[in-house]
Design a protein around this ligand. Structure first.
Ligand code: ZN
Length: 316
């Protein structure tokens, strides 16, 4: 059965009709309407109606950033949209009919990797999505882990440095401050300030006015020692966090997605090193794989559609 997946991002809404193998049958994308929840809802309804024309659709899955309840219905809180205890599922079902489910966007992306991408051969997987922030998803025993209230797997807010840098969530020392794209730019800036191997970073920053992801990514790809050192620092923190997660979840595989993961082995190597340093009873514990995500930009829509299909199968 075909399902529709919708991924509401900060700048765009992406949608697609997705088949049972995770293939995209057709897709659409529009800019995210600024600010108000009513125009966002209408944009999503319009996209669903456009996508399902002449198409038998079994269910609709919507992914968005935020805390969403375990019943995949109510958005407790969203950071980018004015949603507070928003019954989004109910509202959408009333407007488009049929079954709609709502999930966290990082969970949807992780589920897509588990079903159709880098996690498809394991039963237990942790995914960390390294974008501007750090998103997380956990699959345990072939099931997406949501937690009792639905807001689990917020791995970006795992505390890695007690009393560390302030985080947007109101706490200090969260992984997001040490393992995100924003953290990489901060580390690259510190290396640029220090001179030495940071000279190319400092020159590029002076030419462009500030460091951004494309600039640091380009220097990493060119093998610049300052930019690679920044990436290694980032990988170190991610590897430490992975060791803590392993102690709790014991996954066979860690999957890294998001823009920074394009660095591939250059990122995975320091992650593995830090992981092994912090792994309890090293040598006695089977070691998980560390791999890069396979689905990239489509993961949100593919995962949202498949989670809707799973819901229908389990509630039939
Ligand atoms: Zn935080």
């Amino acid at each position: 059965m075909h399902a529709i997946g919708i991924d509401i991002g900060g700048t765009k809404i992406a949608g697609a009709v997705v088949d049972e193998l995770g293939g995209i049958v057709r897709s659409d994308r529009v800019p995210t309407p600024a600010g108000d929840a009513a125009s966002l809802e209408s944009a999503v309804v319009e996209m669903i109606e456009g996508l399902r024309a002449d198409e038998e659709i079994g269910a609709v899955g919507v992914a968005a950033a935020g805390f969403i309840d375990a019943a995949q219905s109510t958005v407790y809180y969203a950071p980018n949209i004015d949603w507070r205890n928003e019954p989004f599922r109910e509202k959408l079902e009333a407007r488009v009919g049929g079954t709609v489910v709502v999930d966290n966007d990082a969970n949807a992306a992780g589920w897509a990797e588990f079903r159709f991408g880098a996690g498809r051969l394991v039963s237990d997987m942790v995914m960390l999505t390294i974008g501007t922030g750090v998103g997380g998803a956990i699959v345990a025993g072939d099931r997406l882990f949501r937690g009792g209230f639905g807001a689990g797997a917020e791995l970006g807010h795992l505390r890695v440095v007690p009393g560390g840098l302030a985080c947007g969530c109101g706490q200090r020392g969260c992984l997001e401050q040490y393992g995100s794209g924003r953290a990489l730019l901060r580390m690259a800036g510190e290396i640029a300030d220090a001179g030495g191997i940071g000279q190319a970073l400092a020159r590029a920053r002076a030419e462009q006015g500030e460091l951004d992801g494309a600039l640091v990514g380009g220097l990493i790809a060119a093998g610049d020692p300052g930019a690679v050192a920044a990436l290694r620092q980032l990988g170190h923190w991610l590897g430490e966090a992975a060791a803590s997660l392993s102690a709790v979840l014991d996954p066979q595989r860690f999957v890294f997605g998001g823009g920074v993961a394009i660095a591939g082995e250059l990122l995975l190597e320091p992650i593995r090193e830090a992981y092994l340093e912090h792994l309890p009873a090293r040598g006695y514990h089977p070691e998980p794989d560390f791999v890069v995500a396979e689905l990239q930009n489509d993961a949100g829509v593919v995962g949202a559609a498949d989670l809707a299909r799973v819901w229908v199968a389990e509630h039939a």
